[in-house]
Structure formats: C-alpha cells, structure tokens
Ligand binder design. Structure first.
Ligand SMILES: Cc1ncc(C[n+]2csc(CCOP(=O)(O)OP(=O)(O)O)c2C)c(N)n1
Length: 382
C-alpha cells in the first residue's frame, strides 16, 4: 500500500484497521533490473559492441576487405558511449575520421557501418565514403571528416542555423587533442562564444596526435583551459568512465541549449596505433602494457561486477551477443554489391552534375585553353 492510498482509505479516518495491526510483509524486490542499473548495463553492452566491431574492422583491413584509411576507437569506448547517450535524438553530431564507435552508439545499424567500410552500396554513405566519411541524416550523424579540424566550421555553422531558426537542438562537435592547434579551432570557438551558439566542442584527448604527445605539441596541455580565451565554460573529465562522461556531457549540452557554448575535454588513451597500419613503435613496451592494464572496457566490467550488476555468465553472454552482431554485419557487408560507377558524382554536389566516368584521374574535364606563344629570349653576349 502506498502512503498516498493509505491516506485516502476511509478506514483510516476512524482509527486502526486489522491490516495495520499485522506485521508488514517483507518487501519483495521487483524482478529484473532497475532502470538506472539497466542504463549502466546498456553502457557496457555498447562499449563491448564497439570493441568487437573495431577489432573485426582491423582484421578485415588486414585481409584487404577494407581499403583506404581506417582509424579505430579502441580505448575510447567509454567516452563514445557516455557522450552519445547524453544527446537528444534531434541533436546533431560532427566527428573527425575516428568515427565508427560514434556511428554505432548514435544508433546506425552495424551492418550499414560495416558495409560502408567495405565500400558497398548498402553502406551508410552508399559505399562512396568509407571509414572516414560516414553520413546519416536520420540519426543526424553529419560525418566523418578527414581534414583535421574540417568539421569545426561546419558544426559551428549548423549551430548558427539552429539559433537562426530558433530551434531547441544542440550540436556536438568532436575532435582529437591535436586538432586544438589548428586555426579553425580558435576561429570556431571565438565565433560560437560571441554569437552564443548551441554547441558543445568535445576534445577527445587520447594523448597523441599521430605519434606526437599533447605535451610536445601544446603549450597549454590542459586543453580545456583554452576555453578561457573565449570566456567559454569548460571542463575536463575522465574519458575512461562512461558515467562521468555522460554526466559531464549532460551539463555541457544543457549549457549549450541555453546559449552558452561549452568545451569539454575527455581524457583517455588510444590502445593501438593512429590508424590500423600504424604499429605504434613510438610507444615503449611498458607503456603499452600499462595501457592494456587500464583498459576501460575491462575496468568498467569489474566495476559493474563489484556492484552486483554483472556476473561472469552475463559478461560472456554480452560478449557473445556483440560477436554475433558483428558477424552478421560482416556477412551483410560481404553480400552487398559495390556501388555503380555511374553514381560516383551523385552525392558529391548538392545539385546534380553529369557523371563523366570515362575521364581518368588527372585528365581535364574541358580542353585546355591554347597556351600563349613561347617568348624568345635573346642571348646577350657579355
Ligand atoms: C589539415 C590536416 N593536416 C594534417 C593531416 C594529417 N593528420 C591526420 S590525423 C592527424 C592527427 C590528428 O590528431 P588528433 O586531432 O589528436 O586526433 P586523433 O587522431 O588522435 O583522434 C594528422 C596530423 C590532416 N588530415 N589534415
């Protein structure tokens, strides 16, 4: 009986009832997991899915099933999951090229992401984008950019568009630590602060820009402090803890929605090389061992185990489910046909442009204009 229904009971008006004299029955725990605990478990499930997906992508790359560049989120799973879970469905996200995990956590089907990595027509960018250029308007996943810092002006423009239209959405713009030394970083933060745009800039500080450490490349290595130059609110959070990242991201997003853009720095580590072809020889064996020991997926599993939310059996089941999803994604990608060459330019320009598929790279689209006659130089004897 709830306290309110007890107060409303007519029998209580006149005094004690028989039911009240009897000792209260022991409260039975509701079967199942409570919603907050389910949320913590959902974080874990997604982290494991990203881990397994990225490991499988690396393998497919070495089997030459995936071409081009391929950068993985290994070691950044807690950051990815905590951040994406804080966003509303109609918020927009812009990332750099290290993006598969964000696409998964934003809700794009693993099949479509894997098919994109394979360069197949059922991929999220119809097979023309590959690892670095995924795009999905349904989930407001706005890419996927290979130029360091290229996403910053675009994301800032999207925030300006929201502001201009008077919308309630926010933009999340992700970048690596190295990107904070690109001019676009400063230009974007300056204008966002000045115009009070609804945007959260997130520095995913994994300690390295390719092989260069933050300390080697940044005069102020506590990167979140750079926001002070623009009078912008900022914070640094443990990027290995999905719950802490989620809470910090919620604070940042609510600030952005109220017209105060925000700079959030998440601190984690990249477990492997810059891309799948980088053996990361700039790291000592001890350093690699220490990173392995601090693995955020394993650390979070231990934490949930200690809280009684995970058992060994459940860990094995979640892992098997993730492996099955990834295997299905690979099967789907393998079966998907490559895109038709005739569609090469279909998604390059906003307005249709006729395809010119017979032209080879380097050949001009139009005949070259006639060259001016060569100027004869007189040889002056000295
Ligand atoms: C304008 C530009 N300069 C250089 C590069 C080459 N490049 C690709 S990734 C990268 C490092 C970026 O590091 P960071 O921003 O920390 O991101 P992370 O790779 O760690 O996620 C560089 C220099 C590029 N793609 N674009």
């Amino acid at each position: 009986m709830s306290p309110t229904s007890k107060a409303r009971s007519p029998k209580n008006a006149g005094g004690e009832t028989t039911a009240e004299r009897r000792p209260a029955p022991p409260r039975r725990k509701k079967p199942g997991v409570s919603p907050p605990d389910e949320r913590l478990l959902a974080f874990y499930r997604q982290m494991v899915l990203i881990r397994r997906f990225e490991e499988r992508s690396a393998r497919a790359y070495t089997e030459a099933k995936i071409g081009g560049y391929c950068h993985l989120n290994l070691g950044e799973e807690a950051t990815v999951v905590g951040l994406m879970a804080a966003m509303a469905p109609d918020d927009y996200v812009f990332t750099n090229y290290r993006e598969h995990g964000y696409a998964l956590a934003r809700g794009i089907a693993p099949e479509r992401i894997m098919a994109e990595l394979y360069g197949r027509s059922d991929g999220v960018s119809k097979g023309w984008g590959g690892s670095m250029h995924m795009f999905d308007i349904a989930t407001r996943f706005m890419g996927g950019y290979g130029i360091v810092g290229g996403q910053l002006p675009l994301a800032t423009g999207a925030a300006l568009a929201i502001d201009y239209r008077g919308g309630s959405e926010a933009v999340v713009c992700l970048m690596g630590d190295g990107t904070t030394n690109i001019g676009a970083f400063h230009e974007a933060l300056n204008i966002a602060a000045l115009w009070e745009l609804p945007i959260v800039y997130v520095i995913v500080n994994n300690g390295l820009g390719m092989g260069t450490t933050v300390e080697q490349s940044s005069a102020e290595p506590e990167l979140y402090k750079r926001a002070a130059s623009y009078r912008m609110a900022s914070a640094r959070v443990d990027g290995n803890d999905p719950v802490a990242v989620n809470e910090a991201s919620r604070v940042a997003l609510s600030s952005a929605r109220s017209g105060k853009p925000y700079l959030l720095e998440t601190v984690s580590a990249r477990l492997k090389g810059h891309s799948v072809v980088d053996p990361a020889r700039y790291r000592s064996r001890e350093e690699a061992e220490a990173l392995k020991a601090a693995d955020p997926v394993a650390a979070y599993a231990v934490r949930l185990h200690e809280q009684g939310l995970l058992t060994d059996e459940l860990i094995a089941r979640i892992d098997a489910e993730a492996m099955a999803l990834v295997a299905a994604a690979v099967e789907f990608a393998e079966a998907s046909p490559p895109p038709d060459v005739a569609t090469l330019f279909d998604y390059t320009y906003a307005t249709p442009v006729p395809n010119d598929s017979r032209r080879l790279p380097g050949q001009a689209l139009f005949p070259a204009p006639p060259r001016p006659a060569a100027v004869e130089h007189a040889v002056v004897a000295t």
